[in-house]
Design a protein around this ligand. Structure first.
Ligand code: ADP
Ligand code: MG
Ligand code: MG
Length: 250
């Protein structure tokens, strides 16, 4: 069974249809990349999967582990194991990353019928993960994302993803792209989390991220539709030729 299966998904923002019939299945253990021109609807897709407000699903369904998640809130989806990174990192004044993550982790555990993590075990998990990702200790003790630079926000998001161990990781790079430092943190973080039970949807405007995170499947997105699907070589072809072939057809 796919980890997530999206069938004929249509979604709109206000009166405007943005997603025009998306079909996509991500098997556990695979990395899917989504590429495509600005405004194609890539972020909309990740936001709709995560259940963010402001989108209306008008047709189709999203099955996560075989169950329709249409009625679940963003929180419930997160507790079920869906993690959306990067698009709009939230600032939480007064709440440290450590406090925030402990609550989020225990909410996930509770949803899975597991006991709360022991304080000592949690501290060890934070320390080990920070060391593995080369994250400075003080970042963990600061309020979530407040005053973080762009690169620090990316690091903090990868840190959260590593601690929470979601089964579906949605990474929306944002149009500004990544500097070299963030690129390294993101790709190493993702590669360390690749595992047989986990799936990734990596949205990127730039091919270079996919030199570091080699995808199993690449989709080209244009005007609210997946217009082409291929393997990693498709990303290279796009790098060489751009999206013109696909946008003209869309
Ligand atoms: P991408 O991530 O591929 O660049 P988006 O999903 O961000 O594309 O946007 C798809 C389309 O939806 C664009 O035309 C964009 O202008 C529009 N859009 C996105 N967010 C909003 C919004 N909050 N209100 C109105 N239109 C929006
Ligand atoms: Mg955009
Ligand atoms: Mg986008």
């Amino acid at each position: 069974m796919p980890l997530i299966e999206i069938k004929n998904l249509h979604a709109r923002i206000g009166e405007r249809e943005i997603l025009k019939g998306i079909n996509l299945a991500i098997e556990p253990g695979t990395v899917h990349a989504v590429m495509g021109p600005n405004g194609a609807g890539k972020s909309t897709l990740s936001n709709v999967i995560a259940g963010r407000e402001g989108y209306e699903v008008t047709e189709g369904e999203i099955l996560f582990n075989g169950e329709n998640i249409a009625e679940l809130s963003p929180d419930e989806r997160a507790r079920a194991g869906i993690f959306l990174a990067f698009q709009y990192p939230v600032e939480i004044p007064g709440v440290t990353l450590s406090t925030f993550l402990k609550a989020a982790l225990n909410a996930r555990r509770k949803a899975a019928g597991e006991a709360e993590i022991a304080p000592v075990e949690f501290l060890k998990l934070m320390r080990d993960t920070a060391r593995r990702l080369n994250l400075p200790d003080d970042l963990i003790r600061r309020p979530v994302n407040v005053g973080f630079s762009g690169g620090e926000k990316k690091r903090a998001d990868i840190f959260q993803m590593s601690v929470l161990e979601p089964t579906l990781c949605l990474l929306d790079e944002t149009d500004s792209g990544l500097d070299i430092d963030a690129l390294k943190v993101v790709s190493e973080g993702v590669n360390a989390l690749r595992s047989p039970e986990r799936g990734f949807l990596v949205i990127t405007h730039y091919q270079r991220l996919l030199n570091h995170i080699v995808p199993d499947v690449v989709h080209v997105f244009a005007d609210g539709r997946i217009v082409k699907t291929g393997d990693a070589s498709l990303a290279e072809e796009l790098e060489a030729n751009g999206y013109a072939d696909y946008t003209d057809a869309a």
